[in-house]
Design a protein around this ligand. Structure first.
Ligand code: GTP
Ligand code: MG
Length: 222
């Protein structure tokens, strides 16, 4: 293979996008929700996890990727996802919906319980290929996200920033936030050097994100 055949960061060939479309159109099912670290499913498939502050759109993004409205429970009420939820895609990979942080109404005990669970999952999961850290495109990185970024850098899991709800911005504005976010994470060791821009509502950015996930997990079609 010569250098020009190597996949470029943030760029996907038509063949990659098409393979990912086919994969993500295959059956996706809810496996289980775990409230305790001992309950996690056996780590026998590649996993990718979605993290980010409450209400940023983690559950909606999972639904958007698999093209099902009600696979993961999304809601306007912050703190909807309270467990680590596992979804199976075609018996080939698992998508993991993590509880959100920065949820103002939660008690301190509840917040700590979620954070500990999320942290334990991130640290110890051998099959975890990448974490997607979701950031609202309208707001960019906020102070509340710093702790999550620090925890991710410490856990040594590769992570990528995904901007959500980009439909609420004009095109040029989303690109500005994308550039500013990329700059802000440039010195973070475990951050993948590409920021995805998505809208689960309108569907844009999803074909590329599917291709990225397929590339990252190494899953192939048969
Ligand atoms: N306009 C727009 N709204 C979105 C988008 N994605 C999610 N939302 C809305 O944002 C709200 C929160 O979405 P969720 O997917 O439940 O957020 P979450 O990150 O899973 O939240 P928690 O489970 O509380 O951590 C819902 O009202 C969604 O309809 C998007 O791409 N565009
Ligand atoms: Mg959720």
């Amino acid at each position: 293979m010569d250098a020009s055949d190597e996949p470029k960061v943030g760029e996907y060939s038509d063949a990659e996008v098409e393979a990912a479309r086919i994969l993500f159109a295959r059956p996706a099912t809810f496996i289980m929700g775990c409230a305790k670290i001992e309950q996690l499913p056996t780590p026998d498939l590649p996993e990718i996890a979605f993290a980010g502050r409450s209400n940023v759109g983690k559950s909606s993004l999972i639904n958007g990727l698999v093209g099902m409205h009600k696979l993961a429970r999304a809601s306007n009420e912050p703190g909807r996802t309270r467990e680590v939820n596992f979804f199976d895609l075609d018996g080939r990979m698992r998508l993991v919906d993590l509880p959100g942080y920065g949820w103002a109404k939660a008690s301190k005990t509840t917040v700590k319980k979620f954070q500990d669970l999320g942290r334990d999952y991130l640290r110890g999961r051998v099959t975890l290929k990448r974490v997607y850290l979701l950031i609202d495109a309208r707001h960019g990185l906020k102070k509340v996200d710093d702790e999550a970024l620090d925890a991710l850098d410490l856990s040594a899991v590769s992570y990528q920033i995904v901007l959500t709800k980009a439909d609420k911005l004009k095109k040029g504005e989303a690109e500005k936030v994308q550039a500013a976010t990329l700059k802000a994470i440039s010195k973070r060791p475990a951050a993948y050097p590409h920021v995805a821009v998505t809208s689960s509502e309108k569907g844009f950015g999803l074909p590329e994100l599917r291709a990225e996930i397929m590339r990252t997990t190494g899953v192939v079609l048969d």
